[in-house]
Ligand binder design. Sequence first.
Ligand SMILES: C[S@@+](CC[C@H](N)C(=O)[O-])C[C@H]1O[C@@H](n2cnc3c(N)ncnc32)[C@H](O)[C@@H]1O
Length: 287
Amino acid sequence: MSIKTKEPGISSSSLSKFLHLLSREFGVDYSGYSPSFVARRLQGLLNALRLDSLEIFICYIRQRPETLAEIQRELSINYTEMFRNPGFFYSMRKKVFPFLATYPTLKIWHAGCSTGEEVFSLAILLQEVGLLDRTKIYATDKDTSVLDKAASAIFDTSRMQEYTANYYSSGGNAEFSNYYSSGYGQLKFQESIRRKVSFQQHDLISDDPINKFNLILCRNVMIYFSPDLQNKVVGSLCSSLSNLGYLGLGATETLSFNKHRHEFAAIDKSERIYRKVSLSEWRNCKN
Ligand SMILES: C[S@@+](CC[C@H](N)C(=O)[O-])C[C@H]1O[C@@H](n2cnc3c(N)ncnc32)[C@H](O)[C@@H]1O
């Protein structure tokens, strides 16, 4: 494996060797992650643990396997927010929901859902257009600690002002506070919304794809993956989509350079919303 890193204290060869040993000895595979991201994060851990090198770090982990959880936490970025990039949700509402409304039942997958803010955001908008009743939502993440939080449907109220503004910018047309009850600095979303979602652990890299969805959101997950891994994951998301199913990515993610780009048409390029097209359809468009 040949990888490049700009982290001054960590050479490419020591990073390759470290990741290889992590995978072989502990079954934790980060070889597909962006090397500069991994190097930066590992350097932070080395500094915190006052260790000089990755060679010493691997001995440290062998003696204290519980350190693996720390590595996993460090390499997993869980940041999320409600109605993150409201323009994305507005576009979903205007350009995607009208097509979803033509199906009698719907299956939606939030891959890499973190603590669930995005999941409840979409569910609320689906409820407003009368689609939630016919929808089954799967929300997955590889990190079980965030899933427990998501499944509780309980959130801190500290960012509610910002989230309420995001909700209206997303095209929300009710009182946002209608969807939750609050007290003691926390809020809980309505059970009628919570019960539409099944939260499950799933690793996009090592687990089999799940079938078959009308819409998959995989937002701000692949930014940490190398181009090869992005190709692999987009390929498997594509196989998890029903024909003409939709795929939503994060604001800084794109299919433009992905190996599978020809299997998708852009529905809203600036909001990173794509639709799966059959290859024969795409060839017809080209001719
Ligand atoms: C930055 S959060 C994005 C959350 C949400 N989708 C959003 O856009 O606000 C990225 C999430 O992807 C998850 N993740 C990273 N690698 C993953 C993988 N291989 N399989 C599944 N989830 C993964 C992380 O655990 C994290 O919760």
